[in-house]
Design a protein around this ligand. Structure first.
Ligand code: SAH
Ligand code: SF4
Length: 356
């Protein structure tokens, strides 16, 4: 199907769809009807919109499009995690992961959304960063990852559960705040009670420390969770691990976090990758406690998922627990991220762009 010159309806909010209907000489309420078909029912063609007049369905089929990314391949981990390889309209490919939540494995899933094709930040330890940067994703491609994954899960698991995806984390490929407007537009689509209706508290955005984005998010009236990829407690080390630190050193980053806390009153989470012999010494623990304690933040420790082409190693579980205890004794609120999908390279930081 030739989709060039057709109007992309996916990514429009209800008001935009209503305006579009008016523009093509239809009553406004048709926009709301179509909005529900797109976001609440997993349709694959305009012809399935049974309460829309046949003539309009035909017209839309010729002039408009709803481009939900196509799942080319999926891999299923022994723990139930699934990794989808998806193709976009320009045939670029991205990876999206769904992770089973809590007990009763496989009843509800958390979805890990990609925000860019590749990532320009180039963190030293990350497979995505080392696969280069291609382009930003548009909001319809992010919400499309949700719709496509939901459809696929319902089909594969034979479950007619519209809430099968209960959580969304913006932790796939890419730095969300280098694509701020499109990412936030996709969040508003996910939480709209007239549409997908995901709870705001079930959404997390993770940033490597894009200070402007953190400040902008503080101004939004949103109840989502902000996670900051810290990974090092001093500038010297963070400059090496997260190159964005050279632009926004820890002083500026922490100032932005304080601004966010003042404005929103919401706790942030600091993610801290554990790299053997790099960032988990007693001294690092002390520095981290000093920096984070006044902020009443949560720390999420992430034992490193090794990437074949990169030199970093995952620490032994003894070292992981040692570091954990140091932080807890120092008065921090700490969790350790449970690894999921490691056997299919679907764990954090193992996603990369596959060229065709
Ligand atoms: N770009 C954003 C969001 C995507 S990365 C960010 O960096 O925050 C999501 C999380 O996975 C980040 O905390 C990231 O640092 C972490 N991560 C990257 N590579 C990893 C790896 N190989 N093992 C474990 N975590 C990794
Ligand atoms: Fe980009 Fe995040 Fe990977 Fe860093 S960790 S390269 S910011 S995706």
């Amino acid at each position: 199907m030739n989709t060039i010159n057709r109007t992309q309806l996916l990514g429009m909010n209800c008001k935009q769809l209503e305006d579009y209907m008016l523009q093509i000489g239809q009553p406004r309420y048709r926009g709301r009807q179509i909005y529900k078909w797109i976001y609440q029912k997993d349709i694959s063609s305009f012809y399935e919109m049974s309460d829309i007049p046949k003539e309009l369905r035909r017209q839309l089929d010729e002039t408009a499009v709803v481009s939900i990314p196509r799942v080319l391949k999926q891999r299923v981990s022994k723990d139930g995690t699934r990794k989808f390889l998806m193709e976009l309209e320009d045939r670029k490919r991205i990876e999206t992961v769904v992770i089973p939540q809590g007990e009763g494995r496989g009843s509800r899933y958390s979805l890990c959304i990609s925000t860019q094709v590749g990532c320009p930040i180039s963190c030293a330890f990350c497979a995505t960063g080392s696969s280069g940067y291609h382009r930003n994703l548009q909001s319809h491609e992010m919400v499309g990852q949700f719709l496509s994954s939901r459809r696929e899960l319902k089909k594969r698991l034979k479950k007619n559960d519209d809430n099968i995806i209960s959580n969304v984390v913006y932790m796939g490929m890419g730095e969300p705040f280098l694509n701020y407007d499109q990412v936030i537009a996709s969040v508003y689509l996910l939480i709209d009670p007239q549409g997908i209706n995901l709870g705001q508290r079930h959404i997390t955005i993770s940033t490597s420390g894009e200070v402007k984005g953190i400040k902008r998010l503080a101004e939004e009236d949103l109840q989502i969770t902000l996670a900051i990829s810290l990974h090092a407690p001093n500038d010297q080390l963070r400059d090496q691990l997260v190159p964005l630190n050279r632009k926004y050193p820890l002083g500026q980053l922490m100032e932005a976090v304080e601004y966010y806390l003042d404005k929103t009153n919401r706790r942030v989470t600091f993610e801290y990758i554990m790299l053997d012999d790099v960032n988990i010494s007693r001294e690092h623990a002390h520095e981290l406690i000093k920096m984070v304690k006044p902020l009443l933040a949560n720390i999420n420790l992430i034992p490193y998922n090794e990437v074949e082409t990169l030199p970093f190693k995952r620490p032994s579980s003894n070292k992981v627990w040692q570091f954990y205890h140091w932080l807890v004794e120092g008065g921090l609120n700490v969790t350790i991220r449970e690894e999921r999908g490691g056997d299919i390279e679907a764990a954090c930081g193992q996603l990369y762009v596959k060229e065709r």
